[in-house]
Design a protein around this ligand. Sequence first.
Ligand SMILES: [Zn+2]
Ligand SMILES: [Zn+2]
Length: 236
Amino acid sequence: MGYLFDLHCHNKEGSVCSRLPAKDMVDFYIKQGYSGFSVTNHFTGSTTVPDNYSWEDRVDHYFTGYEECLKYAEGKDIKVFFGIEYSILKFGTHDMHKIMGNDFVILGLTRDWLKANEETFNKSTNELFDAIHKAGGYIIHAHPFLEEDWISHIQLFPQKEDAVEIMNMGVSDDTNAKARWYAEAFNKTVTGGTDIHFTDIPYVSGVECEKEISTVEELIDEIRNGRTKVIHKKVI
Ligand SMILES: [Zn+2]
Ligand SMILES: [Zn+2]
């Protein structure tokens, strides 16, 4: 077996919808035999950041979920990477809580970049994605065919998204099958992620790397170059 990484994880420090404390998240992935995971709390929508925060405070508060994991993982045999899950905002609202759905797991962004790019999040999705790419970010379309009340319509960005999440443990097999169809049709790189919000779940997902990874840039590089395999396995 290679090195397993979960790319899509929510803890309660950063996501209102999660019941999983950062500390338990670290223990859970060690127990599952993973080499690491990326903390991808909701940056828009179901975020724990209060409405009235300034942008700078918002970013700092948002980082808590990641930093708590990082702190607890110190000295342990597990890597913690930073990521965000971004849900497209209702057009023209500029309100980080008013989402219209279509979710993206984005890796490779930094605190400084987020702090400097408040305006970028008010631009069109295409412009936002261009700016993310310019910053070295990697865009994964999470569960692209999820249908829920808050998702007004499904939007695909085959030219802009770098990869498609074809294995998500929070959606139905049918929804994952549609994502596989989309990825195959457009010849997209594929990834997996548990989309974990609590640990009483039957399966975990993620990607398997052939070599040990120590930075998120290395992880992105492995995914980008097709050296990762999508996996899912039973929770131990
Ligand atoms: Zn959530
Ligand atoms: Zn998610």
